[in-house]
Design a protein around this ligand. Structure first.
Ligand SMILES: Cc1cc2nc3c(=O)[nH]c(=O)nc-3n(C[C@H](O)[C@H](O)[C@H](O)COP(=O)(O)O)c2cc1C
Length: 184
């Protein structure tokens, strides 16, 4: 059964995939994987066409989306020519090793993609956890407004994503679901 919300993402080594799963838990959305060749199945494209909201996800590689995500983005030009995603809701998330690591550039790439398609972008809408008393387990400790950010040390396993980032991803998914209900 098709979902109103789709989370379409690429992950090279599984960390961003774990984040995508948390967004799916929060939103009730369907997970769609861009594979290691940058391809999405025909069923995946059909799911996106039927969705009310599309959440884009990619690791940050060299300060941008992965080439696999970019291949998917370029392939969406076919949808663009039919204005197939116009007025759908959109959001984005990324994960990288550095606390900063130029993640904002990745979110901007996703934002630009959404605007080329005429979509409506949703930020986190979350207050930052930036007080002296804040901890890494807090929601939005990375203080991102444009989209969901997570930081996973370069030598951390998939099972070592920060609890705070997973909670943030879940809350981000809940926000996406709430906005879909509001603007449906
Ligand atoms: C080719 C490559 C480029 C990377 N570039 C960056 C970067 O620009 N900034 C950063 O903070 N981390 C960078 N990283 C680290 C990854 O973002 C990090 O390992 C992330 O958890 C990988 O997610 P994944 O397991 O979903 O692929 C890079 C890793 C690779 C393999």
């Amino acid at each position: 059964m098709s979902s109103l919300i789709s989370i379409v993402s690429h992950s090279g080594f599984g960390h961003t995939e774990k984040l995508a799963q948390a967004v799916a838990q929060g939103s009730g959305g369907a997970l769609l994987a861009i594979d290691q060749h940058g391809e999405l199945s025909p069923e995946g494209w059909a799911q996106l066409a039927a969705s009310r909201a599309i959440v884009f996800g990619s690791p940050t590689y060299m300060g941008n989306v992965s080439w696999q995500f970019k291949r998917f983005a370029d392939a969406s030009a076919g949808v663009w020519s039919q204005q197939g995603w116009k007025d759908k809701l959109a959001a984005g998330f990324t994960n990288s090793a550095g606390i900063n690591g130029d993640k904002l550039a990745t979110l901007h790439a996703m934002f630009t993609l959404s605007q080329q398609h005429g979509m409506l972008w949703m930020g986190t809408g979350m207050p930052p956890a930036n007080a002296k008393t804040s901890t890494r387990d807090d929601i939005n400790y990375l203080a991102s407004f444009a989209g969901l950010m997570a930081a996973t040390p370069s030598d951390a396993s998939v099972d070592e994503l920060a609890l705070g980032d997973l909670l943030t991803a879940r809350a981000f998914g809940e926000r996406v679901a709430a906005l879909v209900r509001r603007y449906n």
